[in-house]
Design a protein around this ligand. Structure first.
Ligand SMILES: [Zn+2]
Length: 177
């Protein structure tokens, strides 16, 4: 296994639409293993194949320790509710933003054994699923996020600041211009 290079915003590969995987070859299995190792090394909660320069529809997600999902050709089949919270991306290092995502999503995908799976996730898992699947269509969270600075992130994460307060503040500031 190997730690792969994560490409950064500005690289045109991040804006391309990835192709479906029609056969789970040894090469795909190795790529999945390398992506997991790369995600662990970077301390991320998810990674999509295009982020390592491979334009194929596969993501790895790990929002809970020791519970790693490899999703091949994933598709969201249901969305419900709404959540507003902080997001970051390994391809956009050092930046943070507040995004709106569904509170709960159901995703259908194929696992590495070729079995069709369905998973319903809420909160952080729902955010990670939406974020990683967006990568497969060339979308980045920064396209729609309200970008915030590191102090805001710390207040939200460690001092329970409601992300909505920051949004109100940022949007209020914009109105005055
Ligand atoms: Zn990302």
């Amino acid at each position: 296994m190997a730690v792969l290079n994560i490409i950064k915003v500005g690289d045109p590969a991040l804006r391309k639409i990835s192709r479906p995987i029609d056969k789970i070859t040894d090469r795909i299995k190795l790529l999945a293993a390398d992506m997991i190792e790369t995600m662990h090394e970077a301390e991320g909660a998810g990674l999509a194949a295009p982020q390592v320069g491979v334009l194929r529809r596969m993501v790895v997600i790990e929002t809970e320790e020791e519970l790693t999902y490899v999703m091949i050709n994933p598709e969201i089949t249901e969305r419900s509710g709404r959540q507003r919270n902080v997001e970051g991306c390994l391809s956009v290092p050092g930046e943070w933003g507040i995004t709106d995502r569904p509170e709960t999503v159901t995703v259908r995908y194929t696992n590495l054994d070729g079995e069709e799976q369905t998973l319903t996730g809420s909160e952080l898992l729902a955010r990670a699923i939406c974020h990683e699947l967006d990568h497969l269509d060339g979308k980045l969270y920064i396209d729609d996020a309200i970008m915030i600075d590191e102090d805001d992130v710390k207040e939200i994460m460690y001092e329970d600041l409601d992300p909505q307060e920051i949004v109100d503040y940022v949007e209020g500031g914009e109105d005055e211009q």
